[in-house]
Design a protein around this ligand. Structure first.
Ligand code: FAD
Length: 439
């Protein structure tokens, strides 16, 4: 956001509570990020940093995958489905790959880029809240023991899952369906080619399905030698277990023996990190003199590596409304309605896609491998989700789910996941998350 505004000649100040570089989860991007990098002249920086190029995605399952009787590639004991981004052209995107990133490095480069474009950046300054009681909001922060404030024309909350304004204004609502939990770390020397079909696929993102309900593993290249591995599962699976978190990680991995054997031979770099309770929405994404971008406005399950692209694209849309507000000197909520509508539409599409995904489980790969649906699914996977109210392929996927649900004799019936089953009950509106107000 700061890079966009500074590039347009707007005077803006960033308050960042950490000192960069700082580690962060969310390392695999989708191609809609590239559009933002293009607009901000940031591609040369990405290339110079030598972030691994991400050309596509692979999903794998163990022999259980064979039960799903569709057109998987069967590789020894495993089933694979894969897709390449270059199979579909995307507006604003002129390269066939996106990137995997070490977030410490990536976020720092982006912050420096904003600074180079003219933004003023203060690191190590934690914002405690915003005083909206006067005409101009005052951003509050502490310096030593003293509370200070700076008056501004408007505020952008980009505080991620800290949701500074969402908490202060009591706008936050938790998503009680996606109560997922993740545990992750990095490994050095993990043989990424062991589970690939071809060498070229070694740097794709891998999603390995686990034979535990609603659970999967991500495999994300960070450098040539380092790979990020994370287990995502329902929090209740973890809570039930009496084991330590590391045992839990390894027990999950051991349900996929080839993967866990390869990881055991690699060297773990750093400690395990956990993320939990992370899906929520806000009752509104903007108001008089404020907007909320990225995770500060909404978080949807990370199965499709969406978070960074939503953060980047919410700034792409919001900065246009902000420029309009500056020009008309009208900072009322209505000035930011284009942003709010567009982001709400995009994240609703993600949410529906994720709901279908968790209901179909491994069967999701049926839509990837069937050429009738492949490119439309790819459009979603590319993060190209903001222009259509409900992409047709989502409707088709939901119809398929309903057919399988209503026919106990269907060969896939017993394979349906239970996490989002409510979302497709007759009369239920799948697009609306089941949200619980935070008290
Ligand atoms: C398990 C898991 C896996 C994920 N995997 C992926 C993935 O593969 N790909 C992907 O794209 N996304 C992924 N995500 C999502 C991704 O992490 C986020 O969506 C993304 O980082 C959001 O960016 P942001 O800029 O909105 O927030 P952040 O990157 O969190 O940045 C917010 C910044 O605000 C600062 N801040 C917070 N509070 C204050 C304050 N009070 N004052 C000043 N500064 C403050 C923080 O220090 C931080 O630097 C994943 C998330 C989870 C939980």
């Amino acid at each position: 956001m700061a890079a966009y505004l500074a590039k347009a000649g707007v005077k803006c100040v960033v308050f960042e509570r950490e000192l960069f570089p700082r580690p962060h989860v969310g390392e695999s991007l989708v191609p809609s990020s590239t559009r933002v990098f293009n607009e901000l002249d940031f591609i040369p920086v990405m290339e110079e940093a030598k972030f691994p190029h991400k050309l596509g995605a692979v999903w794998t399952a163990d022999e259980q995958g064979k039960e799903y009787s569709h057109d998987w590639d069967v590789l020894g004991p495993e089933s694979h489905a894969h897709i390449r981004f270059e199979e579909r052209a995307q507006p604003g995107v002129n390269q066939i790959y996106t990137y995997h990133v070490d977030r410490g490095k990536f976020d720092m480069l982006l912050l420096k880029h904003a600074q180079k474009l003219g933004a003023t950046v203060y690191q190590g300054v934690k914002v405690s809240g915003v005083d909206f009681s006067r005409e101009q909001p005052s951003v509050r922060f502490n310096m030593g023991h003293q509370e200070m404030g700076v008056n501004v024309r408007m505020v952008v909350d980009a505080s991620g899952r800290h949701t500074v304004l969402g908490n202060q204004l009591k706008l936050k609502v938790h998503d009680k369906v996606f109560d997922q939990y993740a545990i992750h770390t990095w490994f050095r020397g993990f043989d990424r080619e062991l589970l690939t079909k071809s060498r070229a696929e070694g740097d794709y993102i891998y999603v390995h399905f686990l034979p535990i309900s609603n659970s999967w593993v991500w495999q994300i290249p960070i450098t040539e030698d380092i790979t990020s591995i994370g287990v995502v599962t329902q929090k209740k699976n973890f809570a039930k277990s009496k084991q330590g978190r590391e045992d839990f990680f390894w027990n999950c991995l051991e349900t996929r023996p080839r993967l866990s054997d390869a990881l055991r031979r690699a060297e773990q770099v750093g400690t395990f990190k956990e993320e939990g309770d992370y899906s929520y929405a806000m009752k509104q994404l903007c108001g008089d003199r404020f907007v909320m971008v990225g995770d500060a406005g909404r978080f949807v399950d990370p199965i499709f590596s969406t978070g960074v692209s939503i953060a980047l694209n919410s700034s792409r849309f919001a900065h246009k409304d902000i420029l309009g507000a500056l020009e008309s000197n009208d900072f009322s909520r209505a000035s930011f309605s284009n942003f709010e509508t567009t982001i709400a539409r995009g994240t609703k599409n993600w949410y529906d896609f994720i709901s279908v995904y968790y209901r179909l489980n491994v069967l999701f790969t049926y839509f990837v491998t069937d050429r009738r649906y492949r490119l439309d699914v790819l459009k979603l996977l590319q993060g190209d989700v903001y222009d259509e109210a409900r992409p047709e392929v989502l409707t088709k996927m939901m119809k398929m789910v309903s057919e399988v649900e209503s026919n106990p004799g269907h060969q896939w019936h017993k394979l349906l996941g239970d996490l989002t089953s409510h979302a497709f009950e007759p009369g239920a509106e799948a697009s609306e998350p089941e949200l619980v107000e935070v008290v």
